[in-house]
Ligand binder design. Structure first.
Ligand code: NAD
Length: 353
């Protein structure tokens, strides 16, 4: 599979991933190399990386606790301190080996340690392969509010080796698959149809390249999210509000990122039907396709009120306005849409129907 190369970073796939890493490390004289893992990627993914790298590098290992609840400034502090204790200097490299939590947090730590050191992302979940590891958004949550602290900064490289997915459970695979379905909805109706028809996520590997290409193309055109990049937020405005609410509410089971975004995509499809001309048949297709794969989440009226109050923290807000990405058709997004407040409750009612 071809690599994706840009002026600031490259994405390498499959067997080329490790080949390129070895070559990159040979050609760049880093003073020290560090690998960031969580306890799961330490167990399942580090041995594979070590096998690929043994002769080439020695590295310092830094571990954080897994899960969204640890994507916070305390975990960053732990990593900054570990780097400092192991004498990382400005010519050090951090390799983030993990899911979106590790790549988001590791990218942020690297971007701020001594005003910035290089980092490489080796995503190990489907979600981080097709989404989180590419595009340069790094950061952490503030309490339960998602991604409030962070910077946009590109990694040197992203290495996508689907072999890591062999140890990932089905629920996590589906969480990542939700972002791939989003890529179809915002850019390519035929890709949406292809993915919808996939019976088994075991054959998802061959579609990873398409998703990464879609994301990469959008990011390159608008790295700092002034216009086009906003389309990647489809489903995420309400989805993040749902995810934050479930994260902060101990009585609720935590929703995975992709699961919350599925709810967001259905709600925002309804808003698209009401406001931007998404045909009814497409709305029904989006809802049924998602609910055939993803369990419906239960929301009480109190839940909905609390979720809507989270919307004001969305990073896409400006001047007090909440800006949505909606669809006028599958594959055709519209940015910066304002929502009449009464439609939110209607959208939840449609979801619950
Ligand atoms: P995650 O990093 O929490 O990983 C999910 C779980 O899988 C964790 O328990 C992890 O330890 C485990 N794991 C990772 N790789 C494994 C493997 N190969 N085998 C077995 N277990 C493994 O979550 P995620 O879904 O990868 O990422 C979600 C995060 O990504 C969220 O914080 C979200 O905000 C962020 N995100 C960022 C962007 C971006 O552009 N930066 C885009 C989308 C999502």
């Amino acid at each position: 599979m071809e690599s994706i190369t840009t002026s600031s970073y490259s994405v390498h796939f499959n067997e080329k991933a490790f080949e390129n890493l070895r070559e990159y490390l040979r050609n760049n004289a880093y003073s020290k190399v560090f690998v960031l893992v969580d306890e799961n990627t330490k167990m399942h993914c580090l041995p594979l990386l070590e096998k690929e790298m043994t002769k080439e590098i020695s590295f310092g290992l830094i571990e954080i606790k897994s899960g969204e609840a640890h994507k916070n400034i305390e975990a960053c502090n732990h990593v900054w301190l570990a780097l400092s204790t192991m004498d990382a200097d400005r010519k050090s490299l951090l390799i983030n080996l993990g899911g979106g939590v590790v790549t988001d947090l590791g990218g942020f730590v690297a971007s701020t340690y001594k005003r910035g050191i290089d980092f490489i992302n080796i995503p190990t979940t489907l979600l981080s392969m097709v989404d989180a590891s590419v595009g340069g958004k790094t950061g952490v949550d503030l309490g339960s509010l998602k991604n409030q602290i962070g910077v946009i900064n590109q990694p040197q490289m992203v290495l996508i080796a689907p072999v890591f997915l062999h140890t990932l459970d089905d629920r996590q695979m589906h969480s990542g698959f939700a972002e791939m379905l989003k890529h179809g909805l915002i850019q390519d109706a035929s890709y949406w149809q292809t993915l919808k028809a996939l019976k088994n996520l075991k054959s998802v590997d061959k579609h990873i390249f398409t998703s990464v290409s879609i994301k990469n193309k959008v990011v390159l055109e608008d790295p700092t999210e002034q216009h086009l990049r906003k389309i990647l937020n489809y489903g995420h405005t309400l989805g993040h509000a749902v995810e934050s609410y479930f994260l902060e509410n101990n009585a609720k089971e935590t929703l995975l990122h992709g699961e919350a975004i599925v709810v967001g995509m259905i709600l925002e499809a309804y808003l698209s039907y009401k406001l931007t001309g998404l045909p009814l048949v497409s709305l029904a297709d989006i809802k049924s396709s998602f609910l055939n794969r993803y369990e419906k989440v239960q929301f009480s009226n109190e839940d909905i009120t609390a979720i809507l109050s989270n919307l004001k923290f969305d990073k896409k807000n400006s001047h007090g306005n909440i800006n949505f990405v909606l669809l006028e058709a599958i594959g055709h997004p519209v940015i910066d849409v304002k929502i009449p407040p009464e439609l939110y409750v209607e959208a939840f009612a449609y979801y619950k129907e």
